[in-house]
Design a protein around this ligand. Structure first.
Ligand code: NOJ
Length: 919
């Protein structure tokens, strides 16, 4: 599709979709005064100049002073602070001048930036002054790294990062288009000035008046921008403003419970991460993060959006964006990249890397609203066994409680919850129950009684406990922003307090945007009050994050700090990756929802949340069998793999559609179980570096332009490429395989050339998935009931050789449960194949404690793809024994012909150093 045509198509989609959901329940930008104001400004609007620039306490500090109206109290100078951090992170803050006693301290989000980041600060020593490119104005320059520096243009004010040196190319900039605006807190101009905002039947009293902030950010040498979840839209963000896109809303970041959300929409969903990544062929990637928890709206400005104004004399290509927030301060970060993985690493150095989940949590989860009673649970559990389908976790939704009072059980339906959990645990299985943040206002409910007595609820603007409507009816909401309340909440998860819970029970946090059925936009009024008299508007997007944090802390406390928590959350914010997994909420059983799940999950991964998935089958509606099978086949590669459905839908457990379909779903789930060692190794990589598990192709092939807009296929780690099938009755599909090397079909071992789009026949058996030549993937091929039961199983190594007859890969193993890995209790091996020799070497640092985790697991098969001519034997060192090389199938099940060179039973231990030399 050509560009104008593509644009028209997308526009049509945006407009069409907007008609099919309850649009009127939610505010548009035009109904949101701060957004409307910011969006209507023209380039060059900002008249601030940087003055009084100096170095103080290792930071650059300056005043941003209006050129005119200095007397006007609305235009007091702002304070800019710029700090440099290791690894190419430039942080800048802009706030009101505290020495001028502003009306109120504006909210800065605590508890997101990890303490290790603070220690990475580089203490700036000096400022260099320069003349502007045209010799007119002045610039102040500070060191950022040997390659990059931060620059402030004084008049008009602009901040940017460039490659070091006067003529260094720009990487990112702020206010280059002069759209910066900061509404300072003030007294009402006139007695009768109306600060209230009305939407539908709701009135926001806005006692502090307008306090929004907006500015433009430019990304240089960028072809596309990505990130800023959560939206059900493409991975590469389409322009929302500019020629040809007159009617689009900006991308909204406002955590909302959206009933039947539509795909292809910039509308904000359950979570918000104000972090954008740019990528381009010529330079690579850079990133921008604004730590702000108020409602945000972001425009991606299409080419030519400012043609009439032409601000920037620049020969560098760039993408301009406009960021608007209702409140808070500017606390923002530029990340220089230059590789996509560098940017994600820089971002997670600020907000933390993802927690390492327990092994069971990386396997298959079975959920439904609701499994009705214990009998239903036992039945579902045993059917999995009967049908030879592994699963690890059975979930209980809200109906398991006594009247939606969390931490309780409906004892008619679940008379023996402990015994039920123990029976599942005997098969190595776990259970998850739901715990939401709305507390039933029922005097007989101990949580409510304590919370109301202690004053632990969010208060309405009037000062009384806020009372809203949710599943239990009249409910109040815990003020989890307060650390004391979080600690109290965390204690509720102890075995003593949570009666009926056992060590194999974990938690699901839902509705934590927070969802309030009778509130404005199905959420909490913005003038509700939190701890420290912070208004809800200032921290709305972080509420769910704090609830998730408190729940994860609860599980941590319950296990005396030894058991890794598992908590799934619907709402999220930067840093949520430290507390657990996230899913994409209430999707629909439609092909387009299957398709959009991929960009949604990839976007979450790019923004730190690597452990995510979408409801398999679609939450609303009934998928036909084909769609359900395709969803299992794709979902088996999601980082978080869970089937879930609304209570109005027909039952859809994998054995309900006839043996042929049971077989197809079983194979899909088995594929995931087989690849668990590889997945778990990737979870550890994410935990160490932030690099996501599911990756856009361009993250692995950053110079290949053909990958930049591709969000139908994705990489799992650096070794596997997966292409979903998104249409009914598909007989063929096109798959672009990047790079110069071959790709091997995961099922058959057939090779395909890289750098080419292949038109492949597709059958119902599987979706196209490939292993990249040059990689080694560890698997466990024996089929068990749960991941726990695979613990001592032997490994298979699949070696896909590249054109130099070489390959490499990794395997990470630990106890799958505890935090011993933090003390070195793990095995981390590197496998390399080179010069006809496979070598296993230790990747773990050789420090004390490394023998704490032992494993007797061996390698039972080595599969060699791409080796010719066929050798006959191999010799294993140091054991010095010879083994045969025969032809074998790539997969033990699934009926593939024996076509792959296979070394059977080399029986080397995964914890040892060894080599296998091909003779
Ligand atoms: C909304 C959640 O998104 C869904 O997954 C859940 O089943 C229902 N709430 C009921 O708890």
């Amino acid at each position: 599709m050509g560009k104008p045509c593509a644009l028209a198509f997308f526009l049509l989609l945006f407009v069409n979709c907007a008609l099919s959901w309850k649009k009127e329940e939610f505010r548009t930008c035009n109904q949101t005064p701060f957004c409307k104001r910011a969006r209507s400004r023209n380039p060059g609007f900002c008249s601030l100049i940087a003055t009084d620039i100096s170095i103080s306490d290792g930071d650059l500090v300056a005043k941003l002073t209006p050129k005119e109206n200095i007397e006007n109290q609305e235009n007091k100078p702002l304070i800019l602070t710029v700090s440099a951090y290791q690894d190419g992170v430039l942080r800048f803050k802009i706030d009101e001048d505290q020495s001028l006693s502003p009306r109120k301290k504006r909210f800065e989000v605590p508890d997101v930036i990890v303490p290790e980041f603070v220690n990475k600060k580089l203490w700036l020593q000096r400022l260099t002054e320069e003349k502007n490119e045209n010799g007119m104005g002045s610039l102040s320059v500070v060191y950022l790294s040997d390659e990059y520096e931060g620059v402030i243009r004084h008049d008009p004010f602009e901040l940017y990062v460039r490659e070091s040196g006067r003529n260094g190319k720009r990487i990112m900039s702020l206010n280059s288009n002069g759209l910066f605006d900061f509404e300072q807190l003030r007294e009402k101009k006139e007695e009768n000035e109306d600060w209230e905002e009305r939407f539908r039947s709701h009135t926001d009293t806005r006692p502090y008046g307008p306090q929004s902030i907006s500015f433009d950010v430019s990304f240089y040498d960028a072809d596309f921008v990505y990130g800023i979840p959560e939206h059900a839209t493409s991975l590469a963000l389409k322009p929302t403003k500019g020629p040809g896109v007159e009617d689009s809303e900006p991308y909204r970041l406002f955590n909302l419970d959206v009933f039947e959300y539509v795909h292809e929409s910039p509308f904000g969903l359950y979570g918000s991460i104000p972090f954008m990544i740019s990528h381009g062929k010529s330079r690579g990637s850079s990133g921008f993060f604004w730590l702000n928890a108020a409602e945000m709206q972001i425009d991606v400005l299409g080419k030519g959006w400012n043609d009439e104004y032409l601000m920037l004399p620049s020969d560098q290509k760039r993408i301009d964006t406009l960021w608007m927030s209702e409140a808070g301060v500017v606390d923002a970060f530029f990340f220089v990249g230059p590789g996509p993985k560098d940017v994600v690493q820089q971002y997670t150095s600020v907000t933390g890397t993802p927690a390492l989940p327990q092994l069971f949590a990386t396997a298959y989860h079975q959920c439904r609203w609701n499994y009705r009673d214990e009998e239903d649970v036992y039945n579902v559990d045993s059917k999995f066994d009967e049908h030879d389908i592994p699963y690890d976790v059975l979930w209980l939704d809200i109906e398991h409680t006594d009247g939606k009072k969390y931490f309780t059980w409906d004892r008619m339906l679940f008379p023996n919850p402990e015994e039920m959990q123990k029976k599942l645990a005997a098969k190595g299985r776990h259970m998850v129950t739901i715990v939401d943040p709305h507390i039933k206002r029922d005097e007989s409910y101990y949580i409510h009684k304590e919370a109301s007595q202690k004053g632990y609820y969010v208060r309405a603007g009037t000062g009384k406990d806020f009372d809203g409507w949710c599943w239990p009816g009249s409910s109040s909401y815990l003020d989890v922003v307060n650390p004391e309340i979080r600690s109290w909440w965390a204690d509720k998860f102890s075995y003593g307090n949570y009666v009926g819970s056992t060590p194999s029970l974990y938690i699901w946090n839902d509705m934590n945007e927070p969802s309030v059925f009778n509130g404005p936009e199905v959420s909490m009024p913005r003038d509700a009050l939190h701890y420290g008299d912070v208004e809800h508007r200032e921290l709305h997007n972080a509420y769910g994050y704090y609830f998730h944090m408190a729940t994860a802390d609860g599980l941590l406390k319950r296990g005396e700090g030894k058991d890794r928590p598992f908590v799934l959350s619907r709402a999220f914010f930067p840093g949520s990756q430290r507390y657990g997994a996230v899913w994409t909420g209430d999707n629909t059983a439609e092909w387009e929802h299957l398709r959009v799940s991929v960009p949604m999950i990839l976007t979450l991964g790019l923004t730190g949340i690597s452990f995510s998935g979408a409801d398999i089958g679609g939450f609303f509606g009934n998928p036909d069998t084909e769609l359900l099978v395709r969803w299992y086949q794709l979902g088996a590669f999601y980082p978080f793999f869970r089937g879930h459905a609304h209570h109005d839908t027909k039952r859809r457990e994998p054995w309900l559609f006839g043996e042929r379909y049971t077989e197809l779903m079983r194979e899909a789930i088995h594929t995931r179980y087989m690849l668990l060692p590889y997945f778990y190794t990737l979870f550890r990589e994410a935990n160490e570096t932030g690099t996501p598990i599911a990756r856009p192709l361009w993250m692995e092939f950053p110079a290949d332009e053909k990958t930049f807009g591709n969000d139908e296929a994705f990489m799992v780690g650096n070794s596997l490429l997966v292409q979903g099938i998104y249409t009914q009755g598909a007989k063929h599909t096109s798959v672009y395989l990047p790079g110069d090397e071959l790709w091997y079909d995961l099922k058959t071992g057939t090779s395909y050339e890289g750098g080419t789009t292949h038109v492949l026949e597709v059958s119902e058996d599987s979706i196209p998935s490939f292993q990249r030549a040059g990689t080694i993937v560890p698997r466990k091929d024996r089929f068990r009931r749960s991941s726990t039961q695979m613990e001592n199983d032997p490994y298979t190594l699949v070696i896909a050789l590249n054109s130099s007859m070489a390959a490499e890969g990794e395997l990470y193993v630990d106890d799958g449960k505890s935090f011993e890995f933090k003390q070195g209790g793990y095995i981390h091996r590197r496998f390399t194949f080179f010069n006809g020799k496979l070598t296993s070497s230790n990747m773990a640092p050789n420090t004390a404690g490394h023998n704490k985790f032992a494993s007797d697991c061996t390698v039972e098969r080595v599969i060699l793809l791409g080796l010719s001519p066929k050798p006959n034997n191999a010799i294993i060192e140091p054991a010095n024994h010879k083994v045969d090389i025969d032809l074998g199938p790539v997969l033990l099940r699934g009926g593939t012909t024996p076509s792959a060179l296979t070394i059977r039973k080399p029986n080397v231990r995964i914890s040892d150093d060894w080599t296998i030399k091909i003779l």
